[in-house]
Design a protein around this ligand. Structure first.
Ligand SMILES: Cc1ncc(COP(=O)(O)O)c(C=O)c1O
Length: 397
């Protein structure tokens, strides 16, 4: 009944866990949701007000397909101010979230016969963005003790004449890893003679680095035409539901994507675009305040996880996730003698026995890990880690 295209993609594992958490909440059982992929803060007041003003002042009509002039101007200024990047409005497309920008770019650039490199562990949507185009995702190993930077030997062996794209996501979902300047330079150096390979830099967590300043990948090679920068208002301004993301890159690509978008969504939401101008151009204190809170929570969750025997967790430099390794607990038995074989089994066991919602590493290409989001209160973090510890202590070898 449905096309091949639909059978090539999987439902989003993270969204599935979000609905599971909502289901559990409806039964009035205590739920500790450590699966969330969005800030637990409200959208800052000045941005809310800009949205209200947009409705009241008639910004409620179709806009140009690739985004309003005002928002593109705000993005140009933001990219200069925060990232030291120079773009013109012909090099920017605004879309319905960063996810939509990434999806559009894959649609415009990849097709059957192409290969696209994705680093493991990966954000759940990357392989699906690629497979839906008919291209093949090619997975490259990373070093979990080094912020999940690439294993360069593996990367070199996987680049071939069919390689058409490389997707980078630093800071990363799910690991929180932030690549060093060295790793980025080495990767760019490796493909410097391959102008046919598009470098996707998904920078949606750019404002959430804790131990070092963030550097946009395009700044490493300003003359390159084939680096695409993807950013979003979602995580930076707690605007996940507003659905505003954008990309900056080659003018011809931008034209192609604007054409595609014009025939799919017509344009991004007009009210959200108006609010996004305020987000990007208004007072940025909210960004610094949220970063400060996430930084404290990152340290808190690492301290709490330290009390759990047998798991190992690297210190991630960014985003709002930790990605501990639970290998020791795989193949153990629960009190009713069912065997916990996979990280999905373990995540479900934790959910059923404690009400703590997590996302299994299986869906991120990491079979021994579980992702915990710390976009939640200190109390939740402390209680969730305690409960996980107790549930694990009840497992038998
Ligand atoms: C790595 C990564 N990229 C992109 C996105 C898309 O975010 P949005 O579409 O809300 O901008 C997410 C959201 O979870 C993400 O984690």
């Amino acid at each position: 009944m449905f096309t091949d295209r639909i059978s090539r993609i999987q439902p989003s594992a993270t969204l599935a866990m979000t609905s599971k958490a909502a289901e559990l909440k409806r039964t009035n059982k205590p739920v500790y949701n450590m699966s969330v992929g969005e800030p637990d803060f409200s959208t800052p007041k000045n941005i809310q007000l800009a949205g209200i003003e947009a409705i009241q002042n008639g910004y409620t009509k179709y806009t140009p397909g690739g985004g309003t002039f005002e928002l593109k101007q705000a993005i140009i200024k933001k990219l200069k101010r925060d990232n030291n990047l120079n773009y013109t409005k012909e090099e920017i497309v605004v879309s319905c979230g960063g996810k939509h920008s990434l999806y559009n770019a894959c649609q415009a650039l990849f097709q059957t016969g192409d290969e696209v490199i994705i680093f493991k562990p990966f954000w759940v949507s990357f392989p699906d963005f690629v497979t839906v185009t008919g291209a093949k995702p090619v997975f490259v190993e990373t070093k979990d003790k080094k912020q999940n930077e690439p294993n360069f030997k593996d990367l070199e062996s996987k680049i071939n004449k069919n390689t058409k794209g490389i997707i980078i996501n630093s800071p990363s979902n799910p690991t929180g890893g932030v690549w060093s300047d060295d790793a980025i330079s080495r990767l760019l150096d490796l493909v410097k003679n391959r102008s046919d390979i598009w470098i996707f830099s998904d920078e949606c967590y750019e404002q959430l680095t804790y131990d070092m300043p963030f550097k946009s990948i395009a700044t490493f090679s300003p003359e390159s035409k084939n680096i695409i920068t993807f950013q979003s208002c979602s995580k930076t301004y707690a605007m996940t539901g507003w659905r505003i993301g954008y990309l900056a890159g080659d003018e011809k690509l931008v034209k192609a994507i604007s054409k595609l978008q014009g025939q799919s969504t017509s344009c991004p939401n007009s009210i959200a675009q108006h609010a996004a101008v305020e987000a990007l151009s208004g007072n940025q204190n909210c960004v610094n305040e949220m970063r400060k809170v996430f930084h404290q929570r990152r340290d808190l969750i690492l301290k709490e996880l330290n009390h759990i025997p047998g798991i190992s967790c690297e210190k991630p430099h960014g985003a709002f996730y930790v990605f501990p390794n639970f290998k020791k607990y795989l193949n153990s038995k629960s009190s009713n003698d069912s065997i916990i074989k996979t990280s999905s089994d373990l995540s479900l066991y934790i959910l059923d026995s404690t009400g703590v919602v997590t996302v299994a590493g299986d869906s991120f290409g990491a079979p021994f890990n579980i992702r915990l989001s710390y976009a939640t209160s200190d109390e939740n973090i402390i209680q969730a880690c305690k409960l996980i510890n107790r549930a694990l202590s009840e497992l038998k070898n």
